[in-house]
Design a protein around this ligand. Sequence first.
Ligand code: SF4
Ligand code: SF4
Length: 328
Amino acid sequence: MKAMTSHNSPSELIRSAGLEAGACAVGFAEALPTGPESARLYAEWLEQGRHASMAYLEKYQELRSDPATLLEGARTVVSLAFSYRLPHGAPRHPLFADYALGEDYHDVLRRRLEPVCALISKLFPGAATRVCVDTAPIHERLWAVRAGLGFIGRNSMLIVPSRGAGSRVFLAEIITTALLPPDVPLSFATHPCGDCRLCLDACPGGALDCDGAFDARRCYSYHTIENRDTELPAAVNLRGRRIYGCDICQDACPFNRQEYIGPCIPEFAPRPQLTALKKAADVASLDHARYLELFRGSAIRRAKLPQLIRNALRGGASTSPAAPEESE
Ligand code: SF4
Ligand code: SF4
């Protein structure tokens, strides 16, 4: 929810610049520490081992809990959501999650946020900015909630109700020393998901709890992208499913079935070289050179070639692949 400010105020100019950069929602939050309750919940989640093998999530807890440790003198966190909805009528890909079909969002968003940072520096001479796109240790969803962009659904994702954006969004933050009036978080009398539990029922791995706690050990998205083991657990059944990422809980969500009326970012449109890969066998037979060529500038490079081949074989590919060379 927007704070009361005039159209030409610095905060509205910055909000407009964020929207012009392609964001579907932009909000501001005071750069205060995230607080003991958030730290407690996160520590509990880690203690339960729900982060699976993602040991990097155990690091930098101090940085995660206070944006001023990421940028000295931080006063505001600008939170931005960018939709990666496929253009209307575009076919879904059988192998790869929607978010991974276009250009790597890390590069795209950093590029698109440059003019927003330049505007902050112009409006607030001497102000410092730091852009975070997924890789910095920051609780992105929490900042998006504080900045009034949306709420965290039972699928554990940020849901942006405005413009029908739903949960198919990338989040980015600009931490800045400039002081901007904070927006008001959305408020709900009851859980914003209501009685719905469609995502819980649809999840093939049982990775979601009713309280919104997510268990990566049961999540197919985790296993196909982050799990580096030679073999996937026997329970992970990828037949007829994607071999990189999983959109099932998002597909089930009513907030993602609303008409989206915000901007579509051209760089996120499916790349032809990926849409040409139709079957798990097409991936299982890739060699290293082809892997590098196909996935250059793609978020799919997060999975190395041996992982992709492992996933493709679990997805039903029967081709005997050439022995994979070690990928970068
Ligand atoms: S991404 Fe797939 S496996 Fe993971 S929580 Fe959602 S539905 Fe379940
Ligand atoms: S599917 Fe239902 S319960 Fe799950 S996030 Fe969406 S609204 Fe909430």
